[in-house]
Write a protein that binds this ligand. Structure first.
Ligand code: ARG
Length: 588
């Protein structure tokens, strides 16, 4: 379905043309003055120069031709040259009914589906997930869903940090604790055990212990670096340990991400890029893109227009080891080869921006990525505590994701329990669902690049711009629909007939924006625009609800129209929270 704004613009364009002006001036926007009108056009002001006419005269010419419009009930010219418009109620009602009958609520999907890779999550294997990874997961998941909703082909790739120094640390610590394991016996030629020599709990303790020891003890650090080197060069026993670490860790990660309702199509990692490195480096050297600089191999990425220095992208250290940039470039080789993406979106902490500037430039310059492929860094800000510093536990440690979720769920349960009408088990389940919405909405409602304060009290509140408020609104609608049905009425086949009050019209006008909002959210990769929209929509609904007797309405036809409007409102809200990555319970 065409966007309602485009439908108005089409009609306006006809009027501009008929009046002797160029169609291009018929641009429609939402009204800046909702007290005066619903939509407006400022084209007369833009056309004044071309036509050597006062804008108000142009506006009046156009308005004169809009008097028996299909979609407008009012069109007025206002000084200095605004065209103010209001929509016919029947027209909006008809649009809403068509939304209900169309697939995906009439969303106008892209005409040119792209192949998009979203690189997000980025957890580091064997280290517990912490809140820093939370934002990447939440924002990336939403960007993936929005892109898919708009009709693009999307692959979400978790891009595990599974090849670094942390692996050498774990191997070193394990070796000290259990030197007799066959992995450490170079003479061992048999089959290594199937069972991992640690559980996930042990693994999560081993890593911080090893990391702490390496900081104090130089010899230990050397050992860990050497173990990393051996692993990366195919050491048989270490590779077997690495496989155990991967298996144990990934199983745990899958559980954690499933809890977050985050789902990856690809579970690739830095290790998968290794196979592409030797050939890539060979070619970069041969083609003269990479050169030696103080022993290291680098690609210059400085550009003439830069106002600050952009250091070269390092692809090999003097000892032959590869770096973060090498892995990201080699991953690009693999992605281009396997998926031929039109764009790749990286959802990563904005503090890594320079790294991505270097990698993107190097990739384009060397032809690893074709010129027409878009590489986009979607950098996000830090999640802070109420003290304005990066979020920590009460004890000041790094907050683990599981604990954060548990804390929110508990708080949610406390709130739900205050006036609980359902069984405890259901209340617990509901607390989980609402808690997830509190976390995700709290995050996504901020522009991604901004830092924000994670405020448990505010995020879990049922009032204000929060996830629980949105869910509460959906549940309220569900409850009315259920009661309507329970009193012997059909929910199917109902049509919105028109508006009988100002608040009803206002709600209708919010619902029809869905199409535009989803498109803008995709174009700007901005889930926060969807949050802002559903907050307005929920407010419009609640105002209508408080001013209207819906279930008590005696005029059956009027009531049917109300119910139809409620249904489409609920469907839009649910479609929106789905792309944000959460869902609503049946009741709460
Ligand atoms: N593992 C990295 C980290 O924890 C994030 C990975 C981001 N993605 C990428 N392609 N570099 O900082």
């Amino acid at each position: 379905m065409k966007k309602i704004m485009d439908l108005i613009a089409e009609e306006l364009a006809e009027a501009f043309e008929k009046a002797g002006y160029d169609r291009k001036y018929a641009k429609v926007t939402l009204s800046n003055r909702p007290d005066l009108c619903e939509y407006q056009c400022n084209g007369a002001m833009a056309g004044a120069k071309t036509y050597h006419k006062a804008p108000i005269m142009i506006a009046e010419d156009v308005v004169a031709l809009l008097q028996d419009s299909r979609c407008l009930s009012e069109a007025g010219a206002v000084k200095p040259g605004f065209i103010n418009m209001k929509l016919k109620e029947e027209y909006v009602a008809d649009y809403l009914n068509q939304m209900e009958e169309s697939s995906d609520l009439g969303l106008e999907k892209t005409e040119n589906p792209e192949m998009i890779v979203v690189d997000y999550g980025g957890p580091n294997v064997a280290k517990p997930l912490h809140v820093g990874h939370l934002r990447s997961a939440i924002i990336g998941e939403s960007v993936k869903r929005i892109s898919r909703k708009m009709g693009h082909k999307v692959l979400g790739d978790i891009h595990l940090g599974d090849w670094g120094y942390q692996m050498g640390l774990i191997i070193t610590e394990l070796r000290e604790r259990k030197p007799d394991l066959p992995y450490f016996d170079d003479a061992f030629e048999g089959e290594y055990p199937q069972e991992a020599p640690f559980t996930i709990g042990e693994l999560e303790e081993i890593y911080p212990t090893a990391s702490g020891r390496a900081k104090e003890d130089e010899a230990y650090r050397e050992n860990a670096l050497h173990a990393t080197y051996l692993l990366q060069n195919g050491h048989r026993g270490y590779t077997a340990i690495w496989n155990h670490i991967m298996h144990v860790s990934v199983t745990d990660l899958k559980k954690n991400y499933a809890n977050l309702n985050v789902d990856f199509d690809l579970w690739k990692g830095e290790s998968d890029a290794q196979a592409y490195i030797p050939d890539m480096i060979e070619r970069l050297k041969k083609d003269g893109y990479a050169h030696q600089d103080q022993g290291a191999l680098v690609i210059d990425v400085q550009e003439e227009t830069d106002t600050k220095e952009i250091p070269p992208c390092m692809i090999q250290k003097s000892d032959g080891a590869s770096l973060y940039g090498t892995t990201d470039l080699a991953t690009l080789v693999q992605r281009v080869e396997d998926y031929r993406p039109d764009r790749i979106i990286y959802v990563v902490d904005k503090r890594q921006e320079l790294h991505f500037v270097q990698v993107f430039r190097a990739a384009k310059k060397t032809g690893i990525v074709p010129e027409e492929t878009s590489l986009k860094f979607l950098g996000f800000g830090t999640m802070n505590g109420k003290d304005g510093k990066p979020f920590k536990t009460r004890e000041g440690g790094v907050m683990r994701l599981e604990n954060l979720i548990a804390e929110i769920t508990e708080e949610m349960y406390r709130k739900i329990d205050e006036n609980r009408t359902v069984e405890e088990a259901e209340a617990k389940e509901t607390a989980k669902i609402v808690g997830m919405a509190a976390i995700k909405y709290g995050d996504l409602s901020n522009q991604a690049s901004k830092d924000y304060v994670f405020d448990v009290d505010r995020f879990t509140s049922f009032e204000g711009n929060t996830g629980p408020y949105i869910l509460y609104t959906i549940v309220r609608i569900k409850s009315i629909l259920n009661k309507y049905q329970a009193s012997g009425h059909e929910l199917e086949g109902l049509k919105v007939a028109g508006a009988t009050s100002e608040s009803e019209k206002a709600l209708m006008l919010e619902v029809v924006k869905y199409n535009e909002v989803m498109e803008t959210a995709f174009e700007e990769l901005a889930p926060h625009k969807i949050c802002a929209y559903i907050y307005d929509l929920a407010n419009a609904f609640n105002r209508f609800y408080h001013e209207t007797r819906i279930l008590a309405e005696e005029d059956e036809e009027k009531q049917k129209s109300y119910i139809a409007l409620l249904k489409v409102t609920k469907n839009v809200l649910e479609a929106c929270i789905d792309v944000l990555g959460f869902e609503a319970p049946e009741r709460m």
